[in-house]
Design a protein around this ligand. Structure first.
Ligand code: ADP
Length: 653
């Protein structure tokens, strides 16, 4: 379709002379002119060509001009065309008024000057264009607001509703017709979902200078019929061209679905957390239950080993059983610890530790396993002592885990090096091997729970992927850090642990304090030891083992029996289980034992399956000097009995 460049004007006038005069003037000004001599002809042309403006004579032969004007304005399509009524100068003002009332946009009288006519025509066309633009804008806005998925309500500065879009209508229950003129707070009623209290309305908010959203505050829109619905809302002031405040608009959205999803997610998260908690509890229980049978087995194996036997099967099987048992105990320990980590229950029993001494002790304990695999273990320690404030058992766990891993992940005949150095106020322990190495992409992940580096085909896993998680947690609990370096597959690995060291003056003071606290035992080689444990096998096997080592042993399986036996036996050391039957737990037995004549200073060692840190805390408060976890490691007990002799720990230099 060709573009219309000039504006078209239709003249409806029965006087040819008038039409001629008007046409000349208008054509000169660049308008295209159409003519009609009767009302009917004019209306026909109008409907066919839709001119931009009509100049209409009042007196026509077939119908009068007012009637023509009314018809033009009555048709929605032609109603927007401006009509300029023209009549003879003698027409009185009554007629003019009638003309304007019939819908004419302006009125001129003949004879009319060319300038006046063109000025009038142009003014009308300008108005029409402005109206058209405004209409289009309004239409665009209406269509947009009707089609968006959000509810929109506008109100004037007095808070009277001026606009409600269909979504808002559906959510509030108020249509545009019913809601217009109502107070906004009545149409849009919102309360706080948690308290049920009405919240500040959009108008007040905006007037207070706080437009925008309510953040994450849960809101309920109460519809006209009382139905509550969760909504998210946003309010803003409406301003005119000059920035004057002319009203308020609130845009809101039904968030039921989102809320449902959030609730569902929360429910699932709670469910998962609950399952996770139950799994942790199960793991803790499992580890505990596994520990009980391990105790007598360990004692029995130990007994077999110390027995002077010539039986080749026992000589050969002994070390195997011992090694496998050690692995089993370590796995159970890891399992137990890891469940404590997840429950945030690990605490340290810190004391003064000389790092080289601790390293030597661990190395000696793991050396047989390492050498079994034909690995060479080189250890390099500093000449000067490095004092740490650490939990010796946990430090041992860290070091033996790293050494065991090196051995596990290095081919037989490989080499493992452990070195301790000092860097500023940190002790640095490096455990290096020339084993299978760790691919770079796994070097961070191996410290996470259950993470194991890519499996080497054919290699059977000997762990659960828990060791390094424990190591990292324990190192960090000591204020230290751990990192791994490996150039890649088959190029070995190096684990570097950094731990804060104590100033030697502070170390000396602590050492003096610690020595003061420890009571000497008369002869640690032969002691009167009483074992109180309701696990009959555990108590008996431990008794046998300790008797073998030269101690005198008394065994009891519950509190009352223990008290009775103690009065008679007068033990120097009591190994006392905490969970005991007959309504008297280990704490109570401990308290009563101390009240017996001659037993005020008896050495009390708590013996439990749990070994939770709060248990340690409780047992130390109840007067136990030591707290050991089942299955009791006889070497640890031996060490503990020896360590209570004064002078066995070198004072710091
Ligand atoms: P586990 O040894 O029980 O699998 P860890 O947490 O001790 O669990 O170790 C996690 C993973 O890190 C191991 O499975 C292994 O892939 C890798 N890893 C640990 N130490 C070494 C090492 N010295 N050399 C090579 N890989 C190692």
């Amino acid at each position: 379709m060709a573009e219309r460049t000039s504006l078209t004007i239709l003249i409806i006038d029965d006087e040819e002379a008038n039409r001629y005069a008007l046409r000349r003037i208008l054509e000169k000004s660049g308008f295209v002119v159409l003519e009609a001599a009767t009302g009917a002809a004019g209306l026909r042309i109008l409907s066919e060509t839709r001119p931009d403006l009509v100049i209409l004579d009042v007196k026509l032969p077939d119908m009068n001009g007012f009637e023509v004007c009314q018809k033009i304005k009555a048709d929605p399509i032609t109603s927007v065309i401006p009509v300029l009524q023209a009549s003879a100068s003698f027409v009185e003002s009554e007629k003019r008024a009638e003309g304007l009332e019939s819908g004419a946009d302006a009125y001129v009288t003949h004879p009319i000057s060319a300038r006046e006519l063109v000025a009038n025509v142009r003014a009308l066309l300008r108005i029409r264009q402005a109206e058209q633009a405004a209409r289009e804008q309004r239409e665009l806005l209406r269509v947009t607001l009707d089609s968006i998925g959000d509810g929109v309500i506008a109100a004037d500065p007095l808070g009277r509703v001026t606009f409600i879009n269909p979504v808002a209508g559906a959510l509030t229950g108020w249509t545009q017709e019913e809601g217009a003129g109502q107070l906004l707070d009545r149409v849009y009623r919102v309360v706080d979902e948690t308290t049920g209290e009405p919240v500040e309305g959009p108008l007040t908010r905006v007037l207070r200078g706080a437009p925008g959203s309510d953040g994450n505050r849960p809101l309920l829109l109460i519809a006209r019929d009382g139905t509550p619905r969760p909504v998210g809302q946003m309010s803003a002031p409406i301003q005119d061209d000059k920035g004057e405040f002319v009203g308020v608009v609130v845009v809101f959205r039904d968030v039921s679905e989102r809320r449902q999803m959030e609730n569902e997610l929360r429910r699932r998260a709670d469910e998962l957390a609950d399952r996770d908690r139950r799994k942790d509890e199960f793991l803790a229980m499992l580890a505990h239950e596994l520990r009980n049978p391990l105790a007598p087995i360990r004692h029995a194996v130990q007994l077999l080993r110390t027995e002077n036997t010539t039986d080749p099967i026992i000589s050969e099987m002994g070390p195997i059983m011992e090694r496998q048992l050690r692995n089993l105990v370590r796995l159970v320990d890891d399992l137990m610890d890891v469940s404590r980590i997840t429950q945030g229950k690990i605490e340290l029993c810190k004391e003064l530790v000389e790092l080289s001494t601790a390293v030597r002790r661990t190395v000696e304990a793991v050396r047989p396993q390492i050498e079994d695999k034909q690995h060479r273990l080189d250890v390099e320690l500093p000449a000067d002592p490095l004092w740490l404030e650490a939990d010796p058992a946990r430090l041992d766990q860290v070091l033996s885990n790293l050494l065991n891993n090196s051995s596990k992940y290095t081919q037989p005949g490989g080499q493992i090096q452990l070195s301790v150095t000092r860097e500023d106020n940190r002790a640095v322990v490096r455990v290096r091997d020339n084993g299978i190495g760790i691919p770079e992409h796994m070097q961070r992940a191996i410290f996470d729970m259950f993470q194991q580096a890519d499996r080497v085909p054919g290699r059977v896993s000997e762990g659960l992927g828990l060791g390094l998680t424990l190591v990292r947690t324990l190192v960090e609990m000591h204020g230290g850090s751990i990192e791994v370096q490996s150039p890649g597959r088959d190029q070995g690995s190096e684990f570097v642990v950094r731990l804060p060291i104590l100033d030697s003056r502070i170390a000396q003071e602590k050492q003096a304090e610690a020595l003061k606290r420890k009571a000497p035992l008369a002869n640690p080689k032969s002691l009167r030891i009483m074992i109180v444990d309701d696990n009959v096998d555990g108590a008996r096997s431990l008794g046998l083992l300790l008797r073998k080592e030269g101690h005198q042993i008394e065994v009891a399986h519950d509190g009352p029996a223990a008290l009775e036996a103690a009065a008679r036996f007068c033990p120097e050391v009591v190994l006392l289980d905490i969970g005991l039957p007959k309504g008297m737990d280990g704490y109570e037995v401990a308290r009563r034992l101390r009240q017996l004549p001659g037993l005020k200073d008896v050495m009390l060692v708590a013996l439990t399956g749990f070994g939770q840190e709060e248990d340690r805390q409780r047992s130390s408060e109840a007067g136990f000097q030591f707290h050991l976890v089942k299955p009791l490691d006889p070497a640890l007990l031996r060490d503990l009995l020896l360590r209570t002799r004064p002078g066995t720990e070198e004072p710091p230099s």
